[in-house]
Design a protein around this ligand. Structure first.
Ligand code: SF4
Length: 445
């Protein structure tokens, strides 16, 4: 995308900003919600017992040794192993309560452990976590089994243990490799350390090594991001997830420490993403969905080439996993058009479980029309085209509507089919980059 297109895209995004749903401050379901723990219990008990249909499972571990200034995750700083043990006790209780209603040992095709810093757990705690999953769910041999990790804590022994416990993918949370940008967000990962950790992960037998890159961080420029992409390419990651970053100090107080004047402008952010996409594509990576780059031959690239790539709260997947069971504070679950989020506050989440209640803070329920619209949106985001144009036609006309995107050259409509244009892929990544599940579950643009 050339610079004039970047400028026009920035103008378009600015002109629709007032009408678009704002990025949700976490927690996502705040205030009164018509959906509560009784609805979740009912959805769980409606799950078919002994089904062979695979599900997705997400486990949230909200603990970090320190807080990065840019952090926008639900986590806490903790140095007491006993606190994490008590959290695992509650997690075990939640797994038991959920599977008592939905059925034990449901097959799982996608398991993800996120946080926080999951590899902050001790080896004993990681072994316990894996055993808890094995007791309650049945991982299929072809399941994606992944864990987020801080490279600074990933020792060779820990990586071997993770591979031995059945993890196949390790997702290193890196954000940016430039030392100045890292310093500005309170991180310091030397290039030598990261190279060692990637080599150790391969040596340990972890099949897929993934990393993330954020654009829009303080101090980033096209020069720094091109350098970061070059360094990332030298690491030969299998997958790279790329996210837009916005400073949201009203929701995350520690972000006040980031100077707002050091933040890239909207036009800069689009140019940064442009540089990342160009860098990975020209090195032979396949652009998957709106925000990931993978090596050719990756199952995600294959799924996209056959228009069967899917996405859920965990991320892109080649597996059909409509049901998502989330465990832990702030975790999201989705069953039969019902989406719920657990309490974000760890003590509240634990107290609900101790009282024998599902720790749901709120959620949304989609009717059949909304579900169809959401499926259509997901199909478009994952596979860049859609045959069920009718599913999207009831979105009100106006800024951010399909007709508006068509007028601005972001999508092309041809009879019953709609597809995302090359320009649209750059811009829609930003417009749909809002990680709020409400944004996706409502099926709004
Ligand atoms: S490691 Fe990740 S989750 Fe933990 S504080 Fe840093 S950005 Fe947040």
């Amino acid at each position: 995308m050339n610079n004039s297109v970047v400028g026009a895209a920035a103008q378009l995004i600015t002109s629709t900003a007032g009408q678009r749903k704002q990025p949700a401050a976490e927690p996502y379901f705040s205030g009164a919600s018509a959906v509560g723990s009784a609805d979740y219990a009912e959805a769980l008990s409606r799950q078919p017992r002994h089904t062979a249909v695979p599900a997705a499972v997400y486990l949230h571990l909200p603990f970090c040794p320190s807080r990065c200034l840019s952090c926008d995750h639900n986590t806490s700083v903790n140095h007491d192993p006993a606190t994490i043990d008590r959290y695992l006790d509650a997690l075990e209780r939640e797994l038991s309560m959920v599977t008592a209603l939905s059925g034990m040992r449901r097959p799982v095709a996608q398991l993800h452990v996120g946080g926080g810093t999951p590899n902050y757990l001790s080896e004993r705690q990681l072994v316990r976590l894996a055993a808890l999953v094995d007791t309650h769910f049945a991982l299929r041999p072809d399941a994606e089994v992944s864990l987020e990790a801080n490279p600074a804590r990933a020792t060779p022994g820990q990586l071997e243990l993770l591979a031995g416990l059945g993890f196949k993918t390790i997702h290193f949370e890196l954000r940016d490799l430039n030392p100045v940008v890292q310093r500005s967000i309170g991180r310091a990962h030397s290039g030598a350390m990261i190279r060692d950790v990637f080599a150790n992960a391969r040596e340990a037998g972890l099949r897929t090594i993934a990393m993330d890159l954020l654009y829009g961080l303080p101090g980033q420029s096209q020069a720094t991001i091109r350098q970061t992409v070059a360094e990332a390419l030298a690491l030969q990651p299998d997958r790279v997830a790329c996210y837009a970053y916005s400073r949201r100090a009203e929701s995350f107080q520690h972000q006040r420490a980031i100077d707002p004047d050091s933040m890239p402008s909207l036009g800069d952010k689009l140019a940064l993403f442009n540089a990342i996409a160009e860098g990975f594509e020209s090195a032979g990576y396949v652009w998957v969905g709106l925000d990931s780059f993978v090596r050719p031959g990756d199952p995600l690239a294959l799924a996209q080439s056959e228009s069967r790539l899917r996405r859920n709260w965990i991320g892109y997947t080649q597996h059909e996993t409509r049901d998502l069971f989330g465990f832990g504070s702030s975790a999201i679950s989705e069953l039969d058009g019902l989406c719920v989020q657990n309490h974000v506050d760890i003590a509240r989440w634990q107290a609900s479980l101790s009282d024998g209640e599902f720790p749901v803070r709120g959620g949304v329920r989609l009717d059949a029309r909304q579900q169809r619209r959401r499926d259509a949106m997901t199909q478009l985001m994952c596979n860049m085209s859609l045959r069920d144009y009718a599913a999207l036609q009831d979105i009100p006309e106006g800024p951010g509507s399909l007709a508006d995107y068509e007028r601005n050259g972001l999508v092309r409509v041809n009879g019953d089919a709609v597809s995302i244009t090359p320009e649209g892929r750059f811009v829609l990544h930003h417009l749909w980059g809002d990680s709020s599940p409400r944004h996706r579950w409502d099926g709004v643009w």
